[in-house]
Design a protein around this ligand. Structure first.
Ligand SMILES: *[C@@H]1O[C@H](CO)[C@@H](O)[C@H](O)[C@H]1NC(C)=O
Ligand SMILES: *[C@@H]1O[C@H](CO)[C@@H](O)[C@H](O)[C@H]1NC(C)=O
Length: 327
């Protein structure tokens, strides 16, 4: 009698524990996307004491337009986190999605709002930027709504290059496309001259034909754009620092820094990713797979927090590798 009661009690506890574990794994992980309350963003925050003169000079001389792939269902989560953090540091930004919502920072796509139409959305966004902003931008940065980007560091890297020459930067995979392709999630950037070549000869003169929906899906957005950039002779430019550390990162900072990156980051790359303390340049530009909460946290640590008595010297010497990869 006593032992069967004990047995039943044991079973009861087992069930409860099972439910708790199931609940936590379904709803409790740090990767569930809770709505992000839009915080007010001002370009200058008078509660933060900071000398931003160099960053402001670069804001005016290296003009970056950001196009951010998103979806209507992410508006209150991922889109909001990007809009609250780094999007406003671009000289201009657009979210690409299919929605009824009309705001000046959305490029409305005519395609279904899901992963199989990424390429269609990105092509139309490049064409839109080409037609509307050719005169007021120098570089186009394409990212996803789970990319976290430090735009000031992007401008610093780009300041080593000429926007009037063709050029394409990001985290390079040497696979599928002869001259390599830049990870779409880490974000990639092309110069104004590359945008001209991509849209005018690639898209409009049909050097990069519009593939069927199935072909685009199979190829993936980043590879399809890389293929097109190859066809219109846009060279791949180096984006590492002189210590061999990456600036663009296809995974979240935890995996790059603490380890656990997938094999493709080593086997698909002539210059494999490095895990650990040499993962990331001091002037790192991006991390993919950053969830909205982490985005807000990283942003707070980077932009609202300083370590007293430390700053970057105005004259640093050579810190970035500059040049182009051999085709
Ligand atoms: C992004 O934030 C601005 C305010 O800073 C707002 O006007 C705009 O509508 C927001 N965009 C989206 C897509 O939510
Ligand atoms: C995207 O939407 C289209 C049209 O609604 C549908 O045919 C396709 O299967 C969808 N793809 C995915 C990955 O959901």
């Amino acid at each position: 009698m006593f032992s069967s009661k004990l047995w039943r009690r044991g079973l009861f506890f087992l069930l409860i524990t099972g439910f708790v574990v199931l609940y936590v794994s379904l709803f409790g992980s740090s990767y569930t996307f809770l709505p992000v309350r839009p915080l007010s963003v001002s370009k200058t925050d008078e509660t933060v004491i900071m000398d931003e003169n160099i960053a402001i000079d670069l804001y005016n001389s290296v003009r970056v337009i950001c196009i951010i792939l998103s979806m209507e269902k992410n508006l209150d989560t991922k889109t909001s986190a990007v809009n609250t953090t780094w999007a406003n540091r671009c000289n201009k930004h657009y979210f690409i999605m299919t929605t009824e919502l009309r705001t000046p920072d959305i490029i409305n796509s005519e395609y279904p709002d899901n992963r199989s139409y990424l390429m269609h959305k990105v092509r139309s966004a490049f064409a839109f930027v080409h037609d509307k902003h050719m005169e007021d931008i120098d570089w186009v940065f394409k990212a996803d709504d789970d990319t976290y980007a430090i735009i000031e560091n992007l401008r610093f890297l780009l300041s080593h290059y000429d926007a009037n020459k063709p050029g394409y930067l990001g985290f390079k995979f040497d696979k599928f496309v002869a001259s390599g392709f830049m990870s779409g999630g880490a974000g990639y950037v092309i110069s104004r001259q590359s945008l001209k070549q991509l849209v005018q000869s690639g898209i409009r003169e049909n050097k990069c034909p519009f593939l069927t929906h199935e072909e685009f899906t199979r190829l993936g957005e980043d590879r399809a754009i890389a293929e097109c950039l190859e066809k219109v002779n846009v060279p791949r430019l180096i984006s590492r620092d002189v210590f061999g550390r990456d600036t663009f990162h296809p995974y979240q900072i935890e995996l790059h820094y603490l380890g656990g990156l997938p094999n493709t980051l080593f086997t698909w790359c002539k210059e494999p990713a490095v895990e650990g303390r040499n993962c990331c340049s001091q002037f790192t530009i991006s991390f993919h797979y950053t969830n909205p909460k982490s985005m807000l946290l990283m942003d707070h640590l980077l932009y609202k927090t300083s370590v007293y008595g430390r700053s970057v010297p105005t004259q640093m010497g050579k810190i970035m590798q500059v040049g182009q990869y051999k085709p």
